[in-house]
Each structure stands twice: as C-alpha cells, then as structure tokens.
Design a protein around this ligand. Structure first.
Ligand SMILES: Nc1nc2c(c(=O)[nH]1)N[C@H]1C(S)=C(S)[C@@H](COP(=O)(O)O)O[C@H]1N2
Ligand SMILES: [Mo]
Length: 514
C-alpha cells in the first residue's frame, strides 16, 4: 500500500468523523437546551476561552472584530472543532480506537470547563459529555464500516460501495446534527421569554430628571449625537450568551462588611424613588479616537441609598459588584456613596435596559471606566476592601482603580475624508466624566492652537460636543485636538496604550482638501 493511497482512504474517514462531530455537537446543544440551559458546549468552551485569554488577545479581538468579536470566536471554535474531528477520523482509521478516544476527550474537556463557569450547575457537564460520546460512537461505527469494506474487498479500490454507503450515512448524521441544533434554539425559549417580559414592562416615572438642553447638540452631520441611541450604543462584555434574567426572580444581595445584610427584589427596587440622569459610559479599552463610548439617559435608584440601608463598616473601602454570569467589578466605596449619581439602573433612554446592556438591573457610575463600575445583570454588591478582593479585569492585569482620563475625539471631518476647499467645520466630542471639560483646542498642521466652541454641557458626567469653523485650503492637512478639563488640566500628548488604565494621547486626522 503506497502512502498516497493510504492518504486517499483517509478522506472518507475524515468526512465520517466530521459528520459524527456535527451530530454530537448538535445533540450536545439539544441536551443543554433541555437539562442545562447555561451549559451549551459551545458557550462553555467559548466562555472559558474568553476568561483564559490574556488581555492582549481580548484587545486584539475587539480591534479586529469590534462588537462582532463573539461571533468571530464561535466561528473560530467551530473551525477548530472540525479540524480536530478530521484528525480524529484519520487516527481512528489508522489506529482505532484512538480517534474515538480523542473525540471523547474533547467532550471531557468541555465538561471540565463547564464546572469552572460561574453559573455551573450539577448537570453542566452532561451536554459536553453527550456531545463527545455521541461523536465517538458514530465516528467509530462509520469508520469500522470503512475498514470492513476494505478488508473484504479484493483490491484497494473495490470498496467503493461501502464508501458511498458511509458517505450517505455521514450526510444523514450532518442533517440530524443540524436538526438537533435547530431544536436547541427552539427549546431555549428562555431568551424569548425574557424579551417578552421586558417588552411588557412599564418603568416607574422618575422623581427627579436631568433635562438635555437643546444647545447640547450642535446637530452637525457626522458628529456623534449627544445622547446615543441604545441601538448604536457600544457593547463590551465577556458574556458569550447574553444572560437572561427575569425581573420576577432577580434579587440583589448586599453583604460583606456591612452592619445589615440587605436583599432587594425587583418590586422593592421599583417602589423606591427613581432618578433619571444622563451619563457617558466609556470602556478602558477605548483607543484614542475610538468608539467604545456612549451617552444615555439612565433611570434608577442611587446606589448610596441601598448602601445606606446596609451600613458599610468603617474598614470597608471597595464594593465588588457581581453579575449573574460571574463578572465582577471593583468600585471605590466612596464613588458609590459621595454626591455623584451612581445608579442601580433599570432604564436606558426611556426604556427598560436592553438585554445586552444588563436587563433588568446594572450599575452606572460617572467618572469610572466600565470595567470597574458598570456591572450588567448585577446580582450582588459585596462590600469589602481593595486589599482583600479584586475584580475580573484586575486579576487579568488591569488597574484595580479606573478613573476616566481626559480625552477628546474628532468626528468631523472623518479620517481620510475628501473635503471641498472653503468654509467648513471641524467638530467632535470631549470628556472626563465626573470632572467635566472647560475647553477644547484644535491645531491644523503646525499652526497655533485655536479655541473651539463648546456646546452646552448636559453635566460634568457627560461628554460635550465642540466645533470650530475652518477655512480649508487645498492640500493635505493634519488636524488634532486636545481638551482642557474643568480643573484646568490640559490633555496630555503622551501616548499610552489602553492597558492597564486607559489610553492617552491626542486624536489626529489627516484630511485631503480639494
Ligand atoms: N456582567 C458584565 N458586566 C459588564 C461587563 C462584563 O463583561 N460583564 N463589562 C464591563 C465593561 S468592560 C464595560 S466597558 C461596560 C460596557 O457596557 P455596555 O456594554 O452597556 O456599553 O460594561 C461593564 N459591565
Ligand atoms: Mo470596558
């Protein structure tokens, strides 16, 4: 037998093993939908990869795929799985039962990872084990047929009938796998149920509101609107499958270094006086000039009101907020109890929080990057100390505290834009949430720094729009901007990467004027 003909005979084994794996994965997803909705093998492995991935890999994924990072990860896992399945097919044909062992091992890895997930239950390993076992069983049967077909054939190529039969069975396995996957989607009605609850929900009206002055929005084409529509609001989190939390079963436990443990349910929360504020939320991963920032009207109860009931003890200096999916954020106790509008938010832009933005309850803390404050799907506030506990990203190398840095961005003209010569406008946004911005300066090429006009600020907790008229001469121009904070600090030109505590440097655009 020549190596070439051996390799050719690998092909039907590869097809059979991949088909068996598609079937196993489908059955695993179906089993998850029935017995352990949070333990979908794909979600478990993907979630484990997100948690284990080093910070640079997370940044790279956000850079490459933006908010499509999770879809990209799922596709990546599927491709990897099919490659492993193909290899297992070759192994099984040449050295049975090692191919089956490999497929079972993949299931066992999924089962082990499922135990490490924050929302693990006793049945969590079951779907991955079923997936691995089914894939191994079916691959074993199909490849054994191929081997028997060869053994009974007189020459290497006479077993075509067996091969065609196995290929047909592989097709059936793929079809069954796809149907099982579709069934799992149909069964995981939890997601649809929570959407329905959300759609029917009526929010209480606020006792106090913040109005958005008309002059807060300059209405310039291409400039980010001062209040970001929820549908355009950036989304960053580690949740591969968006947690589905029913307000009817939601509860917030406040515990740790407190005199009085407090458990707050949805009905308790909406019975309290609600405040509507406008605040800008920004991600620590936002690059200079980046778009991981947005501003919304938030409705909710000041966190200090809840903490006042629990009475933190004198030694406490941090609150570790925890999400139902295990994510944690460490916020200074002071930022949650001083006079700022740190909210336990239930509404965003006049509607219940969108599910991917934390429905039914999240935190919003002006002045802090999201990773140390803005816990979505929040279920716990543990009052503790910075020297005793740390948040999700802190344990992955990011700073334990994350006050928002002074920044500004040019929105108009866009980078690389073609601008007609003559009177035009340069415009953008600037922020240092909870400090405020007192001015923005713009430099064209190496000319003098010119003062831009600021729009009316909604508050120190929001970004502010700015603009500057520009008489553009033909040629290529470099535009840069820098903000001045309400405390008189000028935005630094020193460049720093987002890790570990936020990017610095000036935003700059090159535009060509014709
Ligand atoms: N449960 C949970 N909450 C979370 C996160 C997360 O990964 N899980 N990410 C935080 C980060 S890093 C940011 S920047 C904000 C983003 O909030 P948004 O998706 O509503 O814009 O949510 C924060 N809250
Ligand atoms: Mo973030």
């Amino acid at each position: 037998m020549t190596p070439a003909s051996s390799r050719r005979r690998d092909l039907p084994a590869i097809v059979a093993s991949i088909a068996a794996t598609v079937l196993g994965a489908g059955l695993g997803e179906l089993a998850a939908a029935i017995v352990a909705p949070t333990a979908s093998p794909f979600a478990v492995i993907g979630g484990g990869m997100i948690d284990l991935a080093p910070a640079w890999a997370k940044d790279l994924a956000i850079d490459l795929f933006g908010t499509g990072d999770k879809a990209a990860l799922l596709v990546g896992i599927a491709v990897l799985l099919l490659v492993v399945a193909g290899a297992a097919g070759v192994l099984e044909r040449r050295k049975a039962p090692w191919g089956r062992v490999a497929l079972v091992a993949v299931g066992v890895v999924g089962a082990i990872v499922s135990f490490t997930r924050a929302d693990a239950g006793t049945l969590s390993p079951v779907p991955s084990l079923i997936a691995g076992a089914a894939a191994a069983l079916v691959a074993g049967v199909l490849i054994a047929r191929l081997r028997r077909g060869r053994a009974s054939a007189a020459s290497g190529d006479d077993d075509g009938v067996t091969r065609r039969g196995v290929l047909a069975l592989s097709g059936v396995a793929v079809l069954a796998g796809v149907m099982a996957t579709a069934g799992s989607f149909a069964l995981s009605g939890g997601a649809r149920a929570v959407s329905a609850v959300r759609a029917a929900l009526r929010l209480p009206s606020p006792a106090t509101t913040t109005t958005v002055p008309a002059a807060a929005d300059l209405g310039i084409d291409g400039l980010a609107p001062v209040v970001t529509p929820s549908a355009d609001f950036y989304r960053i989190d580690t949740a591969l499958i968006v947690p589905q939390v029913d307000p009817a079963t939601w509860a917030l436990r406040v515990h740790g270094l407190v005199e009085q443990e407090v458990v707050l349910r949805w009905d308790d929360l909406i019975a309290l006086p609600q405040k509507e504020t406008v605040a800008t939320l920004v991600c620590v991963s936002n690059e200079v000039g980046g778009s991981l920032i947005g501003t919304a009207r938030w409705l909710g109860v000041p966190i200090r009101d809840i903490l006042a009931r629990a009475k933190p003890t004198a030694e406490a200096d941090m609150v570790l907020s925890r999400s139902v999916d295990g994510f944690t954020a460490s916020s200074p106790l002071e930022a949650l109890t001083d006079d700022r509008d740190a909210l336990l938010a239930i509404g965003m832009n006049g509607e219940p929080l969108p599910i991917e933005h934390g429905f039914p309850v999240r935190l919003v803390v002006p002045g802090m990057y999201g990773y140390v404050s803005a816990t979505k799907w929040v279920s716990e506030l543990e009052v503790t100390r910075f020297d005793r506990a740390e948040g999700y990203w802190t344990s992955r190398g990011w700073s334990e505290r994350g006050p928002v840095k002074l920044q500004s961005r040019i929105d108009v003209p866009r980078s690389g834009a073609q601008v007609a010569a003559g009177e035009t406008v340069i415009a953008g946004v600037a922020w240092q949430t909870h400090v405020g911005v007192s001015g923005v300066e713009v430099q064209v090429d190496d000319g003098p720094w010119q003062k831009a006009t600021l729009a009316t600020a909604i508050s120190a907790d929001t970004w502010v729009q700015w603009s500057l008229p520009w008489n553009a001469a033909s040629g290529s121009h470099v535009i840069r901007c820098r903000a001045v904070s309400a405390t008189g600090e000028t935005q630094t030109s020193d460049t720093a990467a987002p890790a570990p505590d936020g990017a610095t440097g000036w935003d700059q655009r090159t535009v060509s004027v014709a």
